[in-house]
Write a protein that binds this ligand. Structure first.
Ligand code: AMP
Length: 369
């Protein structure tokens, strides 16, 4: 029997990661534990990932020589964020397999593509309309109404690129506040909970999904993740099925994180997805035998996936900006696992690290709640 499944990329090979942030850093550490070397490509000098990698190529995404040198120095290439120009991905593909493929990044980069892709699979989202001008916004408001949120279609993260609209908001001002980008107007969801689910998929199509978690945000930035989410097993199964359906339909190799709203009547609406490790998966580092980072490395190299079983309940707390100054107190608590990203400057709103607070499995997490 012939098969198209590529052979695994063996330990001892080199994993290339595009992007130098904390997700790349934690992936690099997990890769090292499995015996891989890691090379980073990033425009940023002194990035968190570069501090734990064997080699870093610091260059812009349109620097052809650097892209070629990086591509030729690695055996497989992945990404720690999705906003990579299509042309760069195409050039990288000439040197080594790129996982996940560009199509997955393209869907994850653009809210319109993402929501259309989900809708085609029968996955519900909040109602939305595309908006390209202040006049479009006035028309969209007639359909969507208020409260609603105007979001940029690309490059939005941590609540950036979003304008909330109320009944008394002037549409022209809201449009100007978005900065002239193409946007979508999205109906405001009066959710009971925000949850997320992370699915890993190998080149063979085999998948493994971590437990569904609850996410609480502050000022648009993830504050706390509670693992597991306190939801019915039926709802958790629905969320896992959505993650797997999306990963399969995209023919994704790697990790897919899907954020969902739980509505008052117990429905799931997809908010957004990311084809990479996710902030809401940090808890797996200390709550599961296989972390999302190890799973990511296993998936993109084609190794068998590890168990996603949870051995502890976890509350993950992001350390934003000055929160990091409390590190000396945090390390005093033996149940708190401190993870810092090696960033030198603690700017406001910047993710500096996180804490995983462990609880016996089945005990309801308390602490920060
Ligand atoms: P996003 O960048 O789309 O993930 O939005 C950041 C956060 O804003 C989400 O995690 C929610 O807390 C909130 N948010 C985004 N879209 C909506 C919506 N349609 N209804 C209610 N809250 C939202």
């Amino acid at each position: 029997m012939t098969t198209n499944i590529p052979a695994p990329i063996a330990p001892g090979s080199t994993l290339g990661i595009v992007g130098g942030g904390q997700l790349g850093r934690m992936t690099a550490v997990a890769a090292a534990e499995l015996g891989y070397a890691v090379h980073i490509f990033t425009p940023e000098e002194n990035s968190p990932a570069s501090k734990v990698a064997a080699r870093t190529y610091v260059a812009d995404y349109d620097d052809d020589d650097a892209i070629k040198a990086f591509g030729e120095s690695v055996d497989v290439i992945t990404f720690e964020f999705e906003n990579i120009p299509a042309e760069t991905v195409k050039k990288l593909s000439a040197s080594a397999p790129v996982r996940p493929c560009y199509n997955c990044l393209a869907i994850g980069q653009d809210r319109v593509k993402e929501k259309t892709f989900a809708a085609d699979l029968g996955i519900e989202t909040a109602p939305w309309e595309i908006v390209k001008s202040a006049d479009d916004l006035r028309e969209a408001l007639k359909i969507i109404g208020t409260p609603s949120i105007l979001k940029t279609t690309t490059l939005g993260y941590d609540g950036k690129g979003q304008v909330r609209l109320r009944a008394d908001t002037d549409p022209s001002e809201a449009w100007d506040a978005l900065g002239g980008n193409v946007g979508i107007l999205e109906g405001f969801v009066d959710f009971t909970m925000e949850i997320s689910v992370i699915t890993a998929r190998r080149p063979s199509g085999a998948m493994a999904t971590f437990d569904v978690v609850e996410n609480r945000h502050k000022n648009g930035i993830l504050d706390v993740t509670i693992a597991p989410a306190d939801i019915s097993s039926a709802l958790a199964e629905d969320a896992c099925a959505i993650g797997q359906k999306l990963a399969e339909a995209m023919d994704m190799v790697g990790l897919l994180a899907v954020e969902l709203f739980v509505t008052k009547d117990g429905h799931l609406l997809m908010n957004e997805m990311a084809p990479r490790p996710h902030n809401s998966g940090h808890w797996t580092q200390d709550g599961c035998s296989t972390s999302q980072y190890e799973q990511f490395v296993r998936a993109v190299t084609g190794l068998p996936l590890g168990t996603t079983q949870r051995h502890s309940d976890v509350v993950m707390k992001n350390l934003i900006g000055d929160d990091i100054n409390d590190w000396a107190n945090i390390v005093k608590n033996p149940d708190d696992k401190l993870h810092l990203y090696g960033k030198s400057e603690a700017r406001a709103g910047r993710k500096m690290g996180h804490i995983n607070r462990l609880y016996a499995k089945g005990s309801q997490p308390k602490g920060w709640l």
